[in-house]
Design a protein around this ligand. Structure first.
Ligand SMILES: Nc1nc2c(ncn2[C@@H]2O[C@H](COP(=O)(O)OP(=O)(O)O)[C@@H](O)[C@H]2O)c(=O)[nH]1
Ligand SMILES: [Mg+2]
Ligand SMILES: [Zn+2]
Length: 303
């Protein structure tokens, strides 16, 4: 009998598929592997699939629903093309901590751009608010103003503050969400706070410091208490400016959209050109200086 499910884990050969309340071990037919696609993994974590479940409880993946979006990473083992880290993401959260380590706005902006480019709705989580000092609170207010004005939700939280965790849980419920961020900001701790039964290791050196190891790590969807999934993966750190061209970059800064139209040159990079609507908006205080600074830094890093 065929059933609809969602791939929650993958080894490359075997797939765990969540079907209703069950988790079924599945394989894929050989023809899936042979298909010539741009991506190197035929079935990705996050894929919605149709599974034929045999009498012995084993499954065969028959069909993959078209993906709404996906988070890419560079293919491993020197292969060309993109690999899908996770697909059908409802919401990505860029996680930073107010202290230890302190917020890096350039990092936030880079990942917001990545999510915009791959059509993934995105918000910001500022964790470890229990460590905040008075000037941090002022900074947080500035960040809230800047990002919520653009349209990015911002949640300030702490694993020691139940009220803030409830807020976060509400945002995650019913969706497939991803935490993106550098190590040490508390991603695993937050997941543990939501699913205390899991006991993910906290405070461990991130696998990304051991490149050879983490390239073989697959993403995993962790079911949330009510409904929805949260993704746990170290591989997401690389997600940034994958395949974005210089003249495209400003498309992924939503607040620049209406000023771009005023630019004199159609291929304006909004960095030095005369008659640039974005530069003039920046000079008139209509675009946040930090955001514009992030834009210029990213522009420089694109070949
Ligand atoms: N004070 C404080 N420490 C936290 C908080 N969240 C996480 N930590 C600590 O930060 C360190 C790194 O946390 P971890 O979850 O491993 O971060 P990850 O690398 O992003 O997964 C650990 O020592 C945690 O106990 C928080 O809200 N407040
Ligand atoms: Mg972690
Ligand atoms: Zn311009």
């Amino acid at each position: 009998m065929s059933k609809n499910g969602k791939v929650i884990q993958s080894t490359g050969k075997w797939y765990k598929v969540s079907i209703g309340d069950d988790i079924v071990d599945c394989r894929i037919p050989g023809k899936f592997r042979l298909k010539k696609e741009q991506v190197t993994n035929p079935v990705a974590v996050g894929d919605n699939v149709l599974v034929d479940v045999a009498d012995d409880g084993m499954g065969m993946i028959e069909e993959i629903e078209e993906r709404e979006n996906y988070i890419p990473r560079k293919a491993t083992h020197g292969r060309r093309g993109e690999q899908i880290l996770v697909s059908n993401v409802d919401m990505a959260w860029v996680v930073q901590s107010i202290r230890q380590p302190k917020i890096r706005q350039g990092f936030i902006d880079r990942f917001l751009v990545g999510c915009e480019a791959y059509q993934i709705p995105v918000g910001i989580v500022i964790n470890k608010m229990d460590l905040a000092e008075p000037n941090d609170l002022e900074y947080l207010e500035v960040l809230e103003d800047v990002y919520e004005e653009i349209g990015y939700p911002l949640i300030a939280c702490s694993i020691h503050d139940e009220t803030s965790l409830e807020l976060l849980k509400k945002e995650l419920n019913g969706k497939t969400s991803v935490f993106i961020g550098p190590s040490g900001v508390g991603k695993s701790s937050l997941i543990n706070a939501i699913r205390p039964d899991l006991e993910l290791s906290v405070g461990e050196v991130s696998a990304s410091s051991n490149k050879g190891k983490h390239t073989t790590t697959f993403a995993q969807l962790i079911p949330l208490p009510e409904s929805g999934f949260i993704v746990d993966t170290p591989g997401i750190r690389e997600f940034g400016l994958v395949s974005i061209g210089q003249s495209e970059l400003s498309l992924f800064f939503p607040e620049m959209a209406k000023y771009r139209e005023e630019c004199k040159f159609y291929n304006c990079t909004h960095s030095h050109e005369p008659g640039c609507g974005v530069i003039s908006a920046y000079e008139n205080g209509l675009i946040d200086p930090e955001r514009y600074n992030s834009y210029l830094n990213m522009l420089e890093s694109i070949e």
